[in-house]
Design a protein around this ligand. Structure first.
Ligand code: GLC
Length: 429
């Protein structure tokens, strides 16, 4: 496998929590960002969303503040999604926000506002483009069932699209200051009518990217093994840290939605609960991952109240518990997670964070921890958590039971503390 230059991971594995934003023409129909494909809408019929694009309440600094207050440290914003609509003022197309009734460069406002709040900037850019006249009709294209598909394809030249993709990559990486992450989406090689590294000329694309932004982090969707800095599972949470072929842990970031759709979806009702969202964040970090949590602002440019509520709930939990997230990672194997708990570990401070995904009441036994704990406290109020070592007897109902040898027994309140997921900090000797 070819060796590729790598980006700078150091900040990324510290910051752990970012905001994904899917915003575009699909925010108007409000029925999923793949609506053009799902409903097989021709470019002519999709044009009405372009003609009506005018997010009058769009306020990038409100988005940035919402992200910051949630505890997020970076943003990844859609410069272009599969429908081809550009949220930046590209020299190479008129299919862009500056030509809609709205008329202004949205990306410019996003990067300025998020930087202002101290967040890092990532750009999502679709490799797929259903609007470009030379992008061939493939299995995912809205016109894939068009009776004259082959005839239409005969007149297309993917080389022109490739050039467009490279030029636009140069634009977004040159005209908007330092970009910390480039997040391409996506390759689907192999099957007939798929597309992969040859279609994008991924090899030269990577060189171009590194020549403009040497430290940038690149995701792994270019169909070019070894070129990605970040593995990007989507809408699923790995059970264990992700490892490479040699078993070494890799840097990964799980991207997740509040409700299944990435773009604003008015009628989608499967919203995850507050607890599910907080659990997700912990589940990612406890397995060495980052959480990239998506919002899909609506056609007026607002993050709706359902998403705002969840962001605020993240913020509330993070206010008291961010120490168990930032700079943390999976705990070393010697610390075995007790039932219904997740550990995160800060190797610098040697603090082990015990997250209660379910409250056990009265006590919790930590196996093989005798002599390891110097002090224990809840994060939310810094109240001390007393513990007993080794063969201590604990009251189990009205039965005294003996904890196993070498264990530590934490003495816990009967009722769960207030936070949706309480956390105990264990200072390790
Ligand atoms: C998928 C979808 C897309 C979404 C992305 C986010 O690849 O095609 O709509 O933007 O996932 O990870």
């Amino acid at each position: 496998m070819k060796e590729f230059k790598k980006g700078d991971h150091s900040w990324f594995v510290h910051d752990r929590f970012g905001m994904f934003i899917h915003f575009g023409l699909y925010s108007l129909p409000a029925r999923h960002e793949w609506i053009q494909r799902f409903e097989e809408i021709s470019p002519e019929n999709y044009q009405k969303y372009f003609n009506n694009f005018n997010p009058d309440l769009f306020d990038a600094s409100a988005w940035a503040k919402a992200a910051k207050n949630a505890g997020m440290k970076y943003v990844i914003f859609t410069t272009k999604h599969h429908d081809g609509f550009c949220l930046f003022d590209s020299e190479y197309t008129d299919y862009k926000c500056t030509k809609t009734p709205y008329g202004k460069d949205i990306l410019r406002q996003v990067v300025d506002a998020f930087r202002q709040e101290g967040l890092r900037i990532g750009l999502y850019h679709s490799l797929i483009d259903w609007n470009h006249r030379d992008f061939t009709i493939d299995i995912y294209h809205p016109l894939c069932k068009h009776p004259d598909k082959d005839k239409l394809n005969a007149g297309k030249n993917m080389a022109n699209y490739r050039e467009y993709l490279h030029r636009q990559t140069r634009e977004i990486l040159s005209n908007y200051g330092k970009i910390d992450i480039l997040w391409y989406d996506f390759s689907y090689p192999g099957s007939e009518g798929g597309k992969g590294h040859e279609d994008w000329d991924s090899q030269n694309l990577v060189e171009l990217i590194r020549s403009i932004q040497p430290e940038i982090l690149l995701n792994n969707r270019l169909d070019l093994p070894g070129s990605g800095d970040i593995i990007t599972p989507e809408q699923s949470t790995p059970e264990n840290p992700i490892v490479d072929e040699s078993g070494n842990p890799v840097v990964w970031e799980g991207c997740q939605t509040f409700s299944g759709s990435w773009g604003y979806h008015r009628d989608e009702m499967t919203w995850k609960s507050e607890k599910q969202c907080i659990d997700m964040l912990i589940n990612h970090v406890s397995r060495n991952g980052n959480l990239l949590m998506n919002v899909g602002p609506n056609g007026r440019g607002e993050i709706d109240s359902r998403a705002m509520t969840r962001l605020e709930q993240f913020g509330k939990w993070m206010k008291y518990h961010s120490e168990s997230i930032y700079a943390c990672q999976a705990a070393p194997a010697e610390f075995k997670e007790p039932r219904d708990c997740r550990y995160t570990w800060n190797p610098e401070t040697r603090k082990l964070y015990l997250h209660f995904m379910n409250w056990p009441s009265n006590y919790l036994i930590l196996p093989d921890m005798q002599g390891r704990i110097a002090y224990a406290k809840f994060l939310h109020d810094h109240s001390e958590v007393q513990f007993a070592e080794n063969n201590s007897s604990v009251l189990h109902g009205n039965l005294a039971v003996r904890a196993p040898a070498n264990s530590v027994t934490l003495k816990l309140p009967t009722n769960a503390p207030e936070p949706v997921v309480p956390v105990i900090e264990l200072q390790i000797n």
